[in-house]
Design a protein around this ligand. Structure first.
Ligand SMILES: C[S@@+](CC[C@H](N)C(=O)[O-])C[C@H]1O[C@@H](n2cnc3c(N)ncnc32)[C@H](O)[C@@H]1O
Length: 204
């Protein structure tokens, strides 16, 4: 059964196997830096909530997800909120759905970042696990994302990445710097054993 989310004038329907917006989603939303005229890429859009909020200011948002169920859910939510003219949803792994030569002012990613022992082939992950499971050290998606993101950023463009203290925040900052991006931690939220942060990384 679909769950209903009402937030800042938007109404979303979210099936049980799509990530339901949580503290990390809201920390990203509260710290979004979207300017009018921006072209925005959101990787791993899930329900589409972040893309919808970004679309209120941006010129165009491309929202992607590897999960076909999330893609369908985001498309429906975008239609229901009358933002289909501004948000396009594409299915695929990380930057694969981006067309050659497409560049963005802003790239957003709330990745699966929780460390989890690797699965054997006999116990394949379901779509909900794929939403939060970051592999052995939590970095299965973070590291390939950092390596490639600069190719899709305009000069002066910005990445906003969500990350947990469980998956080595200093390493993420170091890896962004290795790729020539300027890094700043702009927001933190602490829970019992975990801290989540928003990392801004700008292409100089
Ligand atoms: C933590 S959820 C975030 C969802 C949504 N952006 C939010 O903040 O509520 C991570 C999302 O990334 C998607 N995802 C996982 N692996 C991916 C990959 N390799 N490429 C693109 N998206 C992926 C998941 O399906 C899931 O929707």
């Amino acid at each position: 059964m679909n769950r209903i989310l009402e937030y800042r004038g938007l109404r979303l329907e979210i099936p049980e196997n799509v990530y339901f917006p949580s503290d990390d989603t809201y920390l990203l939303i509260e710290n979004l830096i979207v300017k009018s005229g921006d072209r925005v890429l959101e990787i791993g859009t899930g329900s589409g909530l972040v893309a919808l909020i970004a679309a209120k200011t941006a010129e165009k948002v491309i929202a992607t997800d590897i999960s076909p169920i999330a893609v369908k859910c985001a498309e429906k939510n975008i239609q229901m909120n009358h933002l289909s003219n501004k948000v396009e949803v594409r299915e695929g792994n990380l930057f694969d759905p981006v067309v050659e030569g497409e560049k963005f002012d802003l790239i957003l990613f709330n990745p699966p970042y929780l460390p989890e022992p690797e699965k054997t082939t006999s116990s394949r992950k379901d779509w909900l696990e794929i939403a939060w499971d970051g592999g052995k050290n939590g970095r299965n998606l973070i590291d390939p994302f950092i390596k490639k993101c600069s190719n899709f950023l305009k000069q002066g463009g910005l990445v906003q990445l969500v990350q947990s203290s469980f998956s080595d925040i200093p390493k993420t900052c170091q890896n962004f710097r290795k790729c020539g991006l300027q890094v700043e931690i702009v927001a933190k939220r602490s829970f019992f054993f975990e801290k989540i942060v928003i990392i801004n990384a700008r292409k100089k």
